[in-house]
Design a protein around this ligand. Sequence first.
Ligand code: BES
Ligand code: ZN
Length: 462
Amino acid sequence: MERVLRFLEERREEAVELLKGWLAIPSVSTDPAHKSDLDAAANYIARILEDAGLKVEILDTGGHPAVYAEWSQAEAAPTVLVYGHYDVQPPDPVDEWLSPPFEPTIRENKIYARGATDDKGQCFTHVRSVQAWLATVGRLPVNVKFLIEGEEEIGSPHLEGLVRNNVERFKCDYVVVSDTAQFAPGVPAITYGLRGLVYAEIFLSGPKTDLHSGVFGGAVANPANNLAAILGAMVDSQGRVQIPGFYDQVRPIEPWEREEFSRLPFDEAGMRNYLGVDALWGEPDYSVLERRWCRPTCDINGLTSGYQGVGAKTIIPARASAKVSCRLVPDQDPQAIFAAMQQYVRERLWPGIKAEIVSHGLAPAVLMDVKSPGMRAARKAIARAFGREPVLIREGGSIPVVATFKEVLGVDTLLLGWGQNDDNLHAPNEKFSLDDFHRGTLASALLWEELAALYGATGAAK
Ligand code: BES
Ligand code: ZN
């Protein structure tokens, strides 16, 4: 172990250089123009894993490839599956970046690039820790498998199929994912719950072309007005979703969770300041953290209709559309919520208006057992690396495949986030603190040891 730690400590720059090479590849999964960059990003990390001594395969998913790597020579020891994603969100709006999104740049000991924290930088901590163990000790205390995919940011459409078709291959005791955040700088966290997602696009159409609003206005329904009426009524002024049945399956927050969350050092004014708003908003009976982590929501993500050019144009537009997504909590069923949303829209259409409602992805929320041996091991590893016990939190984002791992492989995921909430993920100037990067790498290296120790020589959990 000493040698592993020394390797990590003495060769920090090499780790950062390797990460930079990965970040320089613009692997934007949603944009077909970047197809070859996705392949390049997969090959880049595959090569590093191979050079480290793992057996690597590039798996055809039917979409962007997934990288699979394995080192399985630790007998009678647990097996860990590290999941991460090499795809990134589009860098737009590009002119708001202080340095180009795919030219990784270090300022004030933070690395700036699209994917710096979400998720190349965080995923790379595990790659590096495995590299360090194999380069120094020549073996790992646990069996490690990697699954690094290229479609997380578009809802992992091919991953469930891949997992179902490869149950033996992905078999493990725990999944480990670093694609979340710490609670705050200096307050490391283990995340035991994520929200799910229903993403829908609603298309309303009315007259067959745009019309003169003076000639026809008042006699034909305007799809933009109708869409505004529907969307405007979907959420009330205090954040309560009005779709009938929406809350039927919502699992209440447990008293111990409310208590834990209320003890966290949450800085509400700091969040207001970071967001540039003079007030926060949401369901009155819940705290800000409860609203972000444990309550379902419904948000318009995009809205399009009519004339968008300069000046005025008097028309009744032929079409209107909106991208709308709901964050879900346990035990809401994504299918049922999507159906309820469809019905909500259809029941509110005005005469002459037609609707088409398309799903862009469904994922259920997840909750982990907070008392599992894996959690104990993760807690110890993080405490050693960060010099402070992690807090237990839930988070509001979604990682669709985590529910699939539970359902298909029957295992919990240890969500060990090294990032920060202000790392600008999905936004301009995404960044990752190099201190967090190195501490995360150290925690990963220690985690393999702690997991092996917890399980003992028989391979059964103590
Ligand atoms: N890393 C995020 C998820 C995340 C962010 C979890 C912050 C917890 C805290 C992930 O890459 C992501 O953005 N996921 C998408 C999933 C969607 C496209 C299905 C999300 O949450 O919007
Ligand atoms: Zn993301």
